[in-house]
Design a protein around this ligand. Structure first.
Ligand SMILES: [Zn+2]
Length: 107
């Protein structure tokens, strides 16, 4: 999801409240705030590549999408963790801020 300029400004203002400027990898201090909101998917003990959708959820048109839908299971949708990536402009080190904690999305 694309963030509005106001949302990006919210992230920048949030970061300015803290003295966290040095990258832990290269020690430079130029960061880029993503303009796109991402979501980390919930971990599943069973790897996706071993997943076999039940015949009841597999459609002949697109068996892969049916399998992906089934990963959440009936009545138990996958959880996602919405994040804003912050990337070091020099080395590419990335860390995430919680979009919920930033107030960009609600729970
Ligand atoms: Zn760096």
């Amino acid at each position: 999801m694309l963030l509005s300029q106001d949302a990006v400004n919210t992230v920048v203002e949030h970061l300015r409240r803290f003295q966290t400027s040095a990258c832990p990898v290269c020690r430079t201090s130029e960061w880029t705030v993503s303009k796109v909101l991402f979501a980390l998917p919930e971990y599943h003990a069973r790897p996706v590549w071993n997943f076999k959708p039940s015949p009841s959820v597999t459609t002949p048109e697109n068996p892969m999408s049916a399998g992906l839908k089934a990963l959440g299971g009936a009545g138990s949708p996958d959880e996602v963790f919405p994040v804003v990536p912050i990337t070091c402009a020099t080395c590419g080190y990335v860390y995430f801020l919680s979009a919920v904690a930033l107030g960009l999305v609600s729970r």
